[in-house]
Design a protein around this ligand. Sequence first.
Ligand SMILES: Nc1ncnc2c1ncn2[C@@H]1O[C@H](COP(=O)(O)OP(=O)(O)OP(=O)(O)O)[C@@H](O)[C@H]1O
Ligand SMILES: [Mg+2]
Length: 579
Amino acid sequence: MSIRLLPPEVINRIAAGEVVERPASALKELVENSLDAGAGQVSIRLLAGGLEQIEVADDGSGMLPDAMRLAMERHATSKLPEDAIDRVTSFGFRGEALPSIASVSRFILESRVRGSDGWRIELDHGDRLGEGPAALPPGTRIRIQGLFDKVPARRKFLRSPRSEYAACLDVVKRLAMARSDVGFTLDHDGRRILTLQPTDAPTRVAELLTHELDRHGVGIDCVRDGVRLTGVVSLPTFNRGMADQQYLFVNSRPVKDRLLVGALRAAYRDLIARDRHPIAALFLEVPLEEVDVNVHPAKTEVRFRDPAAVRGLIIGGLRQALDEESRRSAAREQAAAPVMWTSSASYALEPHLGSGIAAVREEQQAFEPVTFVPHARAERAVEPVPSYPLGVARGQVAATYIVAEAEDGLVIVDQHAAHERLVLERMRAAREGGSISRQSLLIPEVVELDEPDCDRLDTAAGELSDMGLEIERFGPTAMLVRAVPAALGKTDAKALLSDLASEIAELGGPLSLKEKLDHVAATIACHGSVRAGRILSVAEMNALLREMEATPRSGQCNHGRPTWVKLGHSEIEKLFGRK
Ligand SMILES: Nc1ncnc2c1ncn2[C@@H]1O[C@H](COP(=O)(O)OP(=O)(O)OP(=O)(O)O)[C@@H](O)[C@H]1O
Ligand SMILES: [Mg+2]
């Protein structure tokens, strides 16, 4: 076969394969072009999720007819003055979006520079159909019809108008958050979906995410080594089953970068269950020379010169903000007089009585069914109640919940969730203080595991030993346990090791040692905690309550659920119709 240069139409089709995957990606390119053209207002109209038609109109600079013709050529761009590919400040810079899209659709470009007449160019799958004068206000209007209609290989992968529309909406939201100073409208099938006036970033984010973040979010603003991180993230208790509400920006460019997503996850690690996700809008401002945006045709990923520093800033900044917020809310709880159904994680229960009760019931059902005759034990209320925020233990219900009397109401504590948190915080404090105490086993325990798991534990043995867990390889498929962290008490070593092995496998990635240790500590803590179903003495219950009061973050278990709830006196009175 002889070698030849491909004709431009084919080159464009190939580029279209990378740049335009579905209507949402074409839409993204058009809106980015409008923003690059200095638009103050961008109006988007979609038909059938963009499959039938995508129209983007802006009031930006517009183009003269010659520029319009050039814009439809490959590698034609106005955006790289001095060819400075290492200092890109615009969304576009590759000069290929328009010809790529035009090669797989019917394409109508209209544009008008202020002070001159409008012009129109039409193409059909890359072929020039014609051009002529057009009537439009200054700016540019582009219409794409029948995207991929003649590219069956692509068409096949498109989904229903509904899901294509969802992807388009996501694109618009991301760009609208990136540029809160620009106004946007979005219409779908003739219906107005969004009207966004120019505003500041926090207002725009609140409009597009949820106003609930006013109450359940934490503002972020930190700087390190010339890199700035701002935005808002949800409290660990305000989470979602999908990671779909995470909006990340690097120098105002929306990105879906693995490093950033990973850092966000890591920041919430032991605060939130593994299958739950925080809501976040985070804006990273990085000096231009520290970041390369030219690593992905669709420009949704970036490469940092110092990825570890960026990761550290995100994890550190978020952790600090979340910790401070949890201290603040703990203080608020303690000071609060007129409490409703409150909980340390106050969103979990609506401040509405009926749903509060329902939520508590649900929690109860989440535990293994109680197979024994329920036995609640009570202490006589003789002594006056000292002013402990979590009160004095009065009894235990279903061998799972501690019921305590506080000055201002009735407190119910989930003993397992609470204790797990305490063990983790204790281990963490001991590690930071460099004083882990360990308990040697009189007879070392042999735990059989499969070989890869043993390999994993073997490599981590040094770190685990720093945490008080001493293990040793014992043949290809077994480990010897010599000592366990004293905080743990009696444990099922086999279950602990196999959980740790899978934890280590999962953390294999680019986590720092400290983060890994945090996870491992959380896993160990879970094993060391008082299980639901264990009968506690009154002294044990009170000790748990006092330790919770003294421990940071004790209002949430390691999975982000509340560890206690409070029923205020006035609420009890309401329940009995006294108020
Ligand atoms: N809405 C618009 N208003 C004014 N000029 C535009 C508009 N859209 C495109 N252009 C001009 O057309 C050129 C080509 O656009 P195109 O999107 O193909 O490439 P690009 O934006 O330069 O780079 P990339 O391929 O990375 O998007 C742009 O550089 C710009 O000069
Ligand atoms: Mg572009």
